[in-house]
Design a protein around this ligand. Structure first.
Ligand SMILES: O=C(O)CCC(=O)C(=O)O
Ligand SMILES: [Fe+2]
Length: 365
């Protein structure tokens, strides 16, 4: 796929981090070494906040018990307002399937680099194997190998990037993605209800939602204090579903009230986060939180991430019900396809991408 930027990009040399690990060099190439202010402060003791990341019980949302449902909806609403993140348990996706996609992801990343490079992510694009969001040769790199595929609508698929090896990889991605799509549809209904809106509001607005999958592989790094696995960012999606490898170390950090909070993996849970699109639609009531990934000195980590977003044709802007005297409109209206293009052609830089949509607050006289 050609770069959406339509410019020749000089991204310089992008070392494959798994190959760097194999070479067992203790010195980290300078392009991966972060400026002091960006380096992760890796706590040696667990953060007291890490246990407080909300856990939503999907079974309670699906149950016919009104009281249980109501309490869980309130919890969902508080999670989206205060964290922009929650972990969902009892999500009805078979554990076997979660294990299978993880196995496929691991097998893929364990292939020889020449095999993985048969599916190259061209500079300035976001599908295939490589590193996304790199646009210049002086940009710092993440300690991560990515493999990403567009799934829905069919028109965003690039069949040349669908691996034939491991043999069951592509089939598993399909099965997994159908299940995750159902979960996203349900969650958006519950999110709508938690805002006092009609359950179908997002589904109707989004038309045929765009769905993509990205697997991030973070090899162990001899100096996790100097590098980042994934630069701080918020997601451009409506919703993101993140599966952390079973038994993996803590790698995901969420920025909450100015502090990076590590997300302790909960067995068989999926991590959900609000993307920029829901932030805009709710006029900022539900926020897309900035997050990042860090690496570990001895252990590799895999994450499997699904991005779910409106169709590119859809016009986005705060929903009328979210605007009133006390909540003036904070975002302009725009075409989601344009935002998506803007997002994938900018380097990951906290919540900067969302400036695209922000209406500057009126200066008081
Ligand atoms: O690997 C992680 O935990 C974070 C991944 C992520 O934020 C992303 O792929 O957008
Ligand atoms: Fe993310």
């Amino acid at each position: 796929m050609a770069s959406v930027l339509n410019l020749p990009l000089n991204v310089g040399q992008i070392d494959d981090v798994q190959e760097l690990k194999k070479a067992r060099k203790t010195k980290i190439p300078i392009r991966f070494v972060r400026d002091v202010a960006e380096r992760p402060m890796l706590a040696t003791t667990p953060s007291p906040l890490s246990s407080s990341i909300p856990v939503i019980d999907f079974r309670k949302l699906m149950s016919g018990n009104k009281e249980e449902f109501h309490l869980e909806i309130l919890k969902l609403s508080a999670s989206c307002e205060e964290w922009g993140f929650f972990q969902v348990i009892n999500h009805e996706i078979e554990v076997d399937l979660l294990e299978k996609i993880e196995k496929m992801g691991m097998e893929f990343f364990m292939l020889p680099v020449e095999e993985k490079q048969k599916y190259p992510m061209a500079p300035g694009t976001v599908q295939g194997y490589g590193q996304a969001f790199v646009f210049s040769e002086d940009q710092k790199l993440d300690w991560c190998n990515m493999f990403a595929l567009g799934l829905v609508p069919h028109s965003i698929r690039n069949p040349k990037l669908w691996p034939t090896n491991p043999p069951m990889f592509s089939e598993t991605v399909q099965t997994y993605s159908k299940e995750i799509r159902k979960l996203c549809e349900y969650l958006l209904r519950f999110i709508a209800l938690s805002l006092g809106l009609n359950a179908n509001v997002f589904e109707e607005m989004f038309r045929e939602s765009v769905q993509a999958i990205r697997m991030n592989y973070y090899p162990a790094c001899p100096r996790p204090d100097l590098v980042l696995g994934l630069s701080p960012h918020s997601d451009g999606s409506a919703l993101t579903v993140l599966q952390q490898g079973m038994g993996n170390t803590v790698g995901l950090h969420i920025l909450k009230d100015g502090t990076w909070v590590p997300v302790q993996p909960v067995e068989n849970a999926l991590v959900i986060n609000i993307g920029d699109t829901i932030e805009v639609l709710t006029n900022g009531r539900y926020k897309s939180s900035e997050h990042r990934a860090v690496t570990h000195k001895e252990k590799d980590r895999l994450s499997i991430v699904t991005f779910y977003a409106p169709s590119y044709e859809v016009e986005i802007g705060p929903i009328q019900e979210m605007i009133d005297e006390n909540h003036p409109c904070k975002y302009r209206r725009y075409n989601h396809g344009e935002y998506s293009k803007h997002y994938v052609t900018s380097k990951l830089q906290g919540k900067k991408a969302l400036d695209f949509a922000k209406i500057p607050p009126k200066k008081s006289l």
